[in-house]
Design a protein around this ligand. Structure first.
Ligand SMILES: *Cc1c(COP(=O)(O)O)cnc(C)c1O
Length: 383
C-alpha cells in the first residue's frame, strides 16, 4: 500500500473529499439526487449513480483516507460490502479460513450458501490462538476472513502476523473492521488486502440507516467498482450517503465518549461480586490485552459479561435493566443489550465457546452514572 502522510482523523472528517467552491459555496455537501449525469456540456466525470455519484464520493474519500486506503466504495449495507469482498476473491472450490464466532450471517454464507453453490470449504480457528490458525491453514486457503475484534466473545486475532503468513501462502486477507472503526485500527496498514465495515454501527452512529463500505488499493477498487458493485448492483443511494456523512461528522468525538463510558461500566461490573467475568480487551485481565494495546489505538464501548450464578440469574438481570434498549445491533448513541448466551444449552455453549448467560452491551452516550446506577439497582435486586 502506498505511504500517505497521515492527517488527523478529525481533520479528515471535517475537510477531506469536499470543497465548498464546487457547490456554489455550500458548506454542507449537496445531495445529488440524480440517477444520471448529462454529457451535454462535456464529461463531468460522472455518468450514472450505480457507477459513481458526487455525494457518495465525498463520503468515500473521507472513509478511504481515515482507513489509509487508496479507495473506498459505499454499498447499501454492510453485508453487501462484505459479500462483494468475498465475491472479489472467491473461486469454485475455494477454501476459506475464518475465526470461530464470526458474525453470524457470515457463518451461514460460508458454510451453507457458498458450500452448496460453489463447493467452498471453510475452516474455523480460535481468534486469539495463533497455533490454531496455523492448523486451520494446513488444508491451504484462498481467503482468510478476520474480524478485528470477534463478535460476542471479544477475542482478538494478531492481524499483522496472520496477514504475513496468509500472503506467503497465496491467500488474500479480508478484515471486518466494524468493531474497531477506522479511528482505532487500520488493518490495511497491518497487511490486509481488503477492509470492510458495516457503517450501520459506529461509523454512522445514529441508528437510523444501514450502509457498508469496502476499502482497498486502487486496482482492487477499480475492479470491484465495475464488477461487484455496478454489476451486482448493491450501490448506496445519494440521500443515504448524505445521512451517513452527517452521522460521521462526530465519529471521533463519539468514539472517545463510547470508550470512556465503556471502560467505566466495565470496571464497575468487573469489581462487582455478582458478575463472574467481563470479556473486554480494554481490561488488563483480558488474554489478548497486550496485543490489543499494540494493534488498537483505543477501545470501542462494546463488551460482554457473564453474571454469576447461572443462566437464570443472567436472564433476570437482563430483563430488570431499565435504561438499555434490547436488540442485536450496536454502535449507536443508545445503550443496547443483547443476550447471545441466555438461550444456550451447555452443549451449544461448549461448541461455540460462548459462555452460558453471556450478555453483550454496547455502551451509548448517556451519562454513564445513569447506566451504572441502573446496573447497581438491578444487581441489588438480584438476591
Ligand atoms: C452489523 C454487522 C455487519 C453487517 O452489517 P449490515 O450493515 O447490518 O449489513 C457485519 N459485520 C459486523 C461485525 C456487524 O456487526
Amino acid at each position: 500500500m502506498k505511504e500517505k502522510k497521515d492527517r488527523f482523523p478529525e481533520d479528515i472528517i471535517i475537510h477531506c473529499g469536499e470543497n465548498s467552491c464546487d457547490y456554489l459555496g455550500s458548506v454542507s455537501v449537496p445531495i445529488y439526487q440524480s440517477s444520471l449525469f448529462s454529457r451535454k456540456r462535456g464529461d463531468t466525470g460522472y455518468n450514472y449513480t450505480r457507477i459513481n455519484n458526487p455525494t457518495t464520493e465525498a463520503v468515500e474519500k473521507k472513509l478511504a483516507e481515515l482507513e489509509k486506503a487508496e479507495g473506498a466504495l459505499l454499498f447499501s449495507s454492510g453485508m453487501a460490502a462484505i459479500s462483494a469482498a468475498i465475491m472479489r476473491y472467491i473461486k469454485t472450490g475455494s477454501r476459506i479460513v475464518t475465526v470461530k464466532n464470526v458474525y453470524m450471517p457470515m457463518e451461514g454464507f460460508f458454510t451453507k450458501y457458498l458450500k452448496d453453490k460453489f463447493g467452498v470449504e471453510t475452516a474455523f480457528f480460535e481468534a486469539g490462538d495463533y497455533d490454531d490458525f496455523l492448523s486451520a491453514m494446513e488444508g491451504g486457503a484462498d481467503i482468510v476472513y478476520l474480524e478485528t475484534i470477534v463478535s460476542n466473545v471479544f477475542s482478538i486475532p494478531d492481524i499483522e502476523r496472520i496477514c504475513t503468513y496468509a500472503r506467503e501462502r497465496g491467500a488474500r486477507t479480508i478484515v471486518d473492521n466494524t468493531y474497531a472503526t477506522p479511528i482505532f485500527c487500520n488493518p490495511l496498514s497491518l497487511g490486509a488486502d481488503i477492509v470492510v465495515h458495516s457503517c450501520s454501527k459506529y461509523i454512522n452512529g445514529h441508528s437510523d440507516l444501514v450502509a457498508g463500505v469496502l476499502m482497498s488499493d486502487a486496482e482492487t477498487i477499480a475492479e470491484t467498482r465495475h464488477w461487484e458493485r455496478a454489476v451486482l448492483g448493491a450501490v448506496m443511494d445519494p440521500h443515504q450517503s448524505w445521512l451517513l456523512l452527517r452521522g460521521m461528522r462526530t465519529l471521533t468525538l463519539r468514539m472517545k465518549q463510547h470508550m470512556e463510558n465503556g471502560i467505566r461500566l466495565a470496571e464497575f461490573l468487573q469489581s462487582h461480586p455478582k458478575i463472574e467475568r467481563v470479556l473486554y480487551p480494554a481490561l488488563p485481565g483480558h488474554p489478548q490485552h497486550e496485543l490489543a494495546r499494540k494493534m488498537l489505538s483505543g477501545f470501542p464501548g462494546l463488551f460482554s459479561f457473564v453474571p454469576a450464578g447461572g443462566i437464570e440469574k443472567a436472564r433476570k438481570l437482563f430483563y430488570s435493566l431499565n435504561e438499555p434498549e434490547i436488540g442485536p445491533s450496536w454502535g449507536g448513541f443508545e445503550t443496547i443489550v443483547n443476550g447471545p448466551g441466555l438461550g444456550l444449552s451447555m452443549e451449544e455453549s461448549k461448541r461455540t465457546g460462548i459462555p452460558q448467560g453471556l450478555i453483550r452491551i454496547s455502551v451509548g452516550l448517556e451519562n454513564i452514572e445513569t447506566i451504572i446506577d441502573d446496573f447497581q439497582t438491578a444487581l441489588d435486586a438480584l438476591g
